[in-house]
Write a protein that binds this ligand. Structure first.
Ligand SMILES: [Zn+2]
Length: 280
């Protein structure tokens, strides 16, 4: 990754330059050493400028994201909590789908990231008919979608002027806290929400429910193929080493749920064939 390569270069030349600087303050340098110091100093400055340029030009990659793990976990927890309060049930694949769906703009070239798909105004308009017909039952699903914007992406507004256009199209102003996705704070949020989500899934037996085959489970294809899997292929950003385990857990869980549906569909098909043969 260019960013990490640059960081390591800076580290190397910074240490070399500071070592020479220290030596210079202790003893007087020879002409060759002075020339070497000047070259190293210039290389270091050049590298630092390149890093700044790279971060500025690629801020949308580093800043305008929360990783999929955080969105999925927070989406599940908020949705599960609201369903408990309202005394309703939730469709887990649908909750996971809604938790990640705003980030589909990452793979649609005509859409700018964190604009239309991240607007709370658009979310409310889309849910108005559902609120009218399903009333309370629609609330946990709306919360799964809304938390992506007003919690997850708001928290990771980014330190390089990222943020989210929460009130698009009323205003194109970006809102968010100055926390970068690679910061310790965000990594802690992602890991913390993941562990709590898994604990709640185990306690409520939601994990077993997710693996019980239903046709809706196939909707997990969408978040899996659009947001969860691409970072493993370094698109549009890479999963940091520290978050690989929770990403793999979700990926494995979704893959298992999808495979279960196909296995059951095959079993049903075999049963129907045997039934037809027995009749004829
Ligand atoms: Zn997002």
């Amino acid at each position: 990754m260019p960013f990490l390569r640059c960081i390591s270069k800076i580290h190397t030349c910074s240490s070399a330059a500071s070592k020479l600087k220290t030596e210079r303050s202790l003893t007087s340098l020879t002409k060759t050493q002075q020339a070497l110091f000047s070259v190293l100093h210039l290389v270091c400055l050049n590298c630092q400028n390149k890093e700044k340029d790279y971060l500025r030009n690629h801020a949308h990659l580093f800043e305008k994201h929360m990783f999929a793990v955080g969105h999925l976990s927070l989406g599940y927890l908020f949705s599960r909590g609201s369903a408990k309060l309202l005394g309703t049930e939730i469709n887990l694949p649908l909750v996971f789908l809604l938790s990640l769906i705003p980030d589909i703009d990452i793979i649609i070239p005509i859409l700018e990231h964190r604009t239309i798909t991240h607007s709370i105004i658009v979310a409310i308009l889309l849910f108005l008919p559902l609120f009218a017909f399903c009333r309370n039952k629609a609330v946990p699903y709306f919360i799964a979608l809304a938390q992506h914007v007003i919690v997850g992406d708001f928290l990771t507004g980014g330190t390089y002027g990222g943020g989210t256009q929460i009130f698009w199209p009323l205003t194109s102003a970006n809102y968010g806290l100055p926390i970068g996705i690679l910061s310790g704070t965000n990594i802690a949020i992602e890991w913390g929400s993941f562990l709590v989500a898994i604990a709640v899934m185990l306690q409520t037996k939601d994990l077993q429910k997710l693996l019980k085959s239903r046709l809706w489970t196939l909707s997990l294809f969408v978040p899996t193929l659009t947001v969860l899997l691409p970072p493993f292929l370094h698109f549009p950003l890479s999963v940091p080493l520290v978050l690989i385990i929770p990403h793999l857990v979700y990926l494995g869980l979704f893959a298992l749920a999808i495979v279960t549906v196909f296995v059951q569909l095959c079993e049903i098909s075999d049963e129907q064939t045997l039934h037809k043969r027995a009749e004829t």
